[in-house]
Design a protein around this ligand. Structure first.
Ligand code: FES
Ligand code: FES
Length: 163
C-alpha cells in the first residue's frame, strides 16, 4: 500500500504544500509537483550535482533528500536565487556553459561560495564546485567565470594563478 505524507515547505520564498508518496525525492517534488524545472535530474545517486539546491541555506543534492523529510524547510532553487546577475554575466562572458545541463547546480554552488568568500582563489573555486560534474566544458571556463564574477576580469584570474 502506498503511503502518502503532507509536506510543507517554502520554495523560493513562497509557502507550498503537497501530499507526496513517502518514497518521493526532493528533486522530484521540486520539478514535478512544484514545477521548478531549473533543478535538473542527472544521476540520482548524489554524484553529478545537477540537482543542487539550497536547503535552509546549505548546499544540498536534492536527489539525496526524501521529500517526506521536509517539514517547513526553506528550499531555494535557481529560479529563486537572487543577486546572481554578475555570476550569470560572467558565465556568458567566459563561455562557462555549453549544453547547460550542469549550470543551475554550478550557479548555486558558486553563489554559495561567493556568499561565504567574496575573493576566492582558483583552488577554492575548484573545491567549491567539486561536487558538480560537467561533461562539456572541461571546467576551466567555469572556474574562470566564477573568478570573473568575484574579481572582475581575467587579468585577476591570471594574477591569482601566479600566486
Ligand atoms: S541528480 Fe542529484 S547528484 Fe546527480
Ligand atoms: S555545460 Fe554541459 S554538462 Fe556542463
Amino acid at each position: 500500500m502506498k503511503r502518502t505524507i503532507e509536506v510543507r515547505l517554502t520554495l523560493n520564498g513562497e509557502p507550498r504544500s503537497e501530499r507526496v508518496d513517502s518514497r518521493l525525492l526532493l528533486v522530484e517534488l521540486i520539478r514535478d509537483a512544484l514545477d521548478a524545472k531549473g533543478t535538473r535530474i542527472g544521476c540520482l545517486t548524489g554524484d553529478c550535482g545537477a540537482c543542487t539546491v539550497l536547503l535552509d541555506g546549505e548546499v544540498r543534492k536534492s536527489c539525496l533528500v526524501l521529500a517526506a523529510s521536509i517539514s517547513g524547510n526553506d528550499v531555494r532553487t535557481i529560479e529563486g536565487l537572487s543577486g546572481i546577475e554578475a555570476l550569470q554575466e560572467a558565465f556568458i562572458a567566459e563561455n562557462g556553459f555549453q549544453c547547460g545541463f550542469c549550470t543551475s547546480g554550478m550557479l548555486i554552488a558558486a553563489a554559495d561560495l561567493l556568499r561565504h568568500n567574496s575573493s576566492p582563489s582558483h583552488e577554492e573555486i575548484r573545491h567549491a564546485i567539486s561536487g558538480n560534474l560537467c561533461r562539456c566544458t572541461g571546467y576551466e571556463s567555469i572556474v574562470n567565470a566564477i573568478h570573473r564574477a568575484a574579481h572582475g576580469d581575467k587579468t585577476c584570474a591570471a594574477a591569482d594563478d601566479l600566486g
